[in-house]
Design a binder for this molecule. Structure first.
Ligand SMILES: Cc1ncc(COP(=O)(O)O)c(C=O)c1O
Length: 391
């Protein structure tokens, strides 16, 4: 039982559930097997090197958002390393193009600047396009790459400036937490509206956002769409680079009730923080699922759950419970592996939650503990360094 397995770990803690992760990877394995596509892990969504060996059994590599993630992918995951950055930095490009095998560009101008160096190293080049279709299921335009004035992807009116014959990969990342109908729509749209450029490249990367482990996602529809695409373009390889789907519902954030307050409503203060540990809650006004709780009013005991720091808006949300909460109660938020610890922070000196792995036999093992050093290192040197330098 989950609560028993997690009863003694220190909180706050993120917990990766190996059983759930394996089930998610099995879906990825099936999609690969039945379509012949490649699937990469988008490390911006989730990156826990201890679990990379398990993921590597199924996945073809990683996709990075910059130099550090590319290095992580190369050193810790292995296999293929893809990278897409809206604008490459001159000072980083050589190192990045040593680490990555597949380098994706945002615009014809970026291509003109860097493509000769990609070719000279024998690496593969891609171009991200903005097909004008998105279907972001969360966060409105916050996560919509085709939103008005989006900086992502070459627009069709610029396609005549692209040296298509020199490119290997067409890249269309436009989805976010989307179900099968959006995946199929994207694939069919690229095949229909952009078939002339698909014919000129060797692979199409349909990006991330295909939420294929969500219970409402019909994987058969995705498989059928990829097969249709491959029948139309037999020489073109298909790539996906999901993040969220691979770790969907595969982990938790365990937190403890520290105290209560009353101001119009009952407020429970937790040893976590929406701002520091659950960033999507504030970014996207997201309601993080919480085991044993309901919507406000669903159960008799309602609480506003708040973080233990100074920002007034550090509120996780309002939840109801069948029994009153008590100091020391443990609350377990679900679906806490994606976009969680990859973007947490130590604002207010909040400690970062430890990382745990929940094994299939129910034992919880600590992967990492974070402490004062992780807070201190980002604040720069001590004054004593400057004193000793000026002496
Ligand atoms: C270019 C790119 N690829 C892949 C992903 C992963 O998306 P998801 O985690 O929604 O599958 C993202 C997410 O923002 C992205 O920007």
């Amino acid at each position: 039982m989950l609560q028993t397995s997690l009863a003694n770990i220190p909180t706050p803690a993120y917990v990766a559930d190996i059983t759930a992760l394996r089930a998610n990877l099995a879906t990825a394995a099936r999609i690969k097997r039945e379509t012949g596509c490649k699937i990469l892990l988008a490390t911006k969504a989730f990156a826990m090197p201890a679990l990379f060996p398990l993921m590597r059994e199924v996945l073809d590599g990683t996709t990075a958002s910059g130099l550090f993630e590319a290095r992580l992918g190369r050193e810790e995951f292995g296999k293929e390393v893809h990278v897409y950055v809206p604008a490459y930095k001159e000072s980083e490009f050589d190192a990045l193009s040593d680490l990555a095998d597949h380098i994706y560009f945002n615009t014809p101008a970026q291509l003109a600047r860097f493509l000769p160096r990609v070719k000279a190293k024998g690496k593969k080049a891609g171009l991200r396009i903005n097909p004008g279709f998105s279907n972001s299921a969360i966060g409105g335009d916050l996560y919509n790459p085709c939103a008005p004035c989006s900086r992502f992807g070459t627009l069709p009116e610029e396609f005549d400036q692209v040296p298509w014959e020199e490119l290997d990969i067409l890249h269309a990342h436009v989805l976010c937490d989307c179900l099968h109908d959006s995946s199929a729509k994207l694939i069919d749209l690229i095949a229909g509206q952009f078939g002339d450029i698909v014919r000129r490249v060797k692979a199409v990367n349909f990006g991330g956002g295909h939420y294929f482990n969500h219970p409402d996602y019909d994987v058969d529809v995705l498989i059928a769409a990829v097969r249709r695409f491959r029948a139309q373009f037999p020489h073109v390889e298909v790539i996906f680079e999901p993040g969220g789907a691979l770790v969907y519902e595969a982990g938790y954030l365990v937190t403890t009730v520290l105290d209560f307050h009353r101001n119009q409503k009952d407020i429970a203060i937790l040893d976590t923080s929406a701002n520091c540990h659950m960033p999507i809650v504030l970014q996207a006004n997201y309601r993080q699922p919480l085991i044993g709780s309901g919507e406000p009013g669903e159960f008799p005991h309602n609480y506003v759950l708040g973080g233990n720091m100074c920002m007034t808006g550090d509120v996780i949300g309002e939840y109801s419970f069948p029994e009153p909460l008590k100091i020391g109660d443990r609350l377990i938020f679900r679906d806490m592996l994606q976009y969680s610890f990859v973007q947490n922070n130590t604002f207010n000196g909040m400690a970062l939650p430890d990382l745990f792995v929940l094994h299939e036999d129910g034992t919880a093992q600590r992967d990492s503990a974070f402490g004062y050093d992780n807070f201190r290192v980002r604040l720069g040197f001590s004054a004593s360094k400057y004193q000793s330098e000026s002496e």
